[in-house]
Each structure stands twice: as structure tokens, then as C-alpha cells.
Design a binder for this molecule. Structure first.
Ligand code: ATP
Ligand code: GLN
Length: 144
């Protein structure tokens, strides 16, 4: 498959310190995606089992049995990852690299601004709440 590159100077609207990268994925690609994200220091990820339709659900091609539920919605996994702005493109890149087959039904990624992050245990907000111990920012400051 040809490589798909990240945007070099992203200009997300509206501007925010944090974004939620929300990816709708083929269930059998999820473990590849999560291990790719772990490798770059992403520690906070939420996944849910969802069902949906897009081009794949609406077409009659390759309805390979098991991906379909009774009512024709396709079983997918939604992965939500809140990261700082400077991490968005790398996360998007990794997801594409690990999730893409080139076939209809590979999924979609939504980038959504996040107004604030609050860690319930401590009451921390913003950067302090979003930062994960041993995660990306710790790894890159150790390398520097
Ligand atoms: P604590 O130090 O209090 O444990 P934490 O930041 O490690 O705080 P958890 O309480 O472990 O957060 O997180 C609970 C759940 O929140 C995780 O299982 C995950 O589903 C979700 N989560 C945490 N951080 C993120 C994030 N950055 N993006 C998406 N989901 C997250
Ligand atoms: N931005 C966080 C950090 O650098 C990582 C966020 C996440 O793991 N989702 O520690």
C-alpha cells in the first residue's frame, strides 16, 4: 500500500490544547493499533464495541458473513485517545499504518477539540491531568 503521510502543519479548527482522536476500526485490527500506540508512549486509550454503516454497510460487495450483525450494521471498535495538540498527527499516522488494508471498511478518524481534562483521583486539570506517567512526554524529556 502507498504510504499516507501526516499533515505537516496541521490547522485544526477550533484551536485547542487537547484533541480527542476518535477512530472507528475493524475489530481485528485493534490490537495492532493499540500496540503501535503503546510503542510511541500513548498510555491512555478507551475502546468501545460499536456498530455502524458507511460505504461498506451500504454496498453489496464483500459481505463476508461474520463482520455483519443481524440488522446489517457492521461491528466496529471505536478507539478514543485524548492527546496534546502536538501528538495528534503522530497518533493519526500510527492508526492509519496499523489499521489500513486498502479495502472498503477500513474506517475513519475524527479529530475533536477537547476543552479540559480532569483527573478524578486528584482533581488535576489541563496539562497535569492529561499527562500520563511514563508516557510520551516523560519519554521525550528523558531522551532530551
Ligand atoms: P489515575 O492516575 O488516577 O489512575 P489516569 O490518568 O491513569 O488516572 P485512569 O483512572 O487510569 O486515568 O483512567 C481510567 C480510564 O480513562 C482508562 O481506562 C481509559 O479508558 C480512560 N482514559 C484515561 N486517559 C485517557 C486518554 N488520554 N484518552 C482516552 N481515554 C483515557
Ligand atoms: N499526552 C500524554 C503524555 O504525553 C499522553 C496521552 C495519552 O496517553 N493518551 O503523557
Amino acid at each position: 500500500l502507498p504510504v499516507i503521510r501526516a499533515q505537516s502543519s496541521p490547522d485544526y479548527v477550533p484551536d485547542s490544547k487537547f484533541y480527542k482522536v476518535e477512530a472507528i476500526l475493524r475489530p481485528w485490527r485493534v490490537s495492532q493499533v493499540s500496540s503501535a500506540l503503546l510503542k510511541i508512549g500513548i498510555r491512555g486509550v478507551t475502546v468501545s464495541d460499536v456498530r455502524g454503516f458507511g460505504a461498506q454497510g451500504g454496498s453489496t460487495e464483500r459481505h463476508g458473513g461474520s463482520e455483519f450483525t443481524e440488522d446489517n450494521f457492521v461491528a466496529k471498535v471505536k478507539m478514543e485517545i485524548v492527546v496534546s495538540k502536538d501528538q495528534v498527527e503522530a497518533v493519526v499516522d500510527k492508526i492509519i499504518e496499523a489499521a489500513r488494508t486498502g479495502e472498503i471498511g477500513d474506517g475513519k478518524i475524527f479529530v475533536v477539540p477537547v476543552s479540559d481534562v480532569i483527573r478524578i483521583r486528584t482533581g488535576e486539570r489541563g496539562e497535569r491531568a492529561e499527562k500520563m506517567t511514563g508516557g510520551w512526554s516523560d519519554q521525550s524529556s528523558a531522551a532530551a
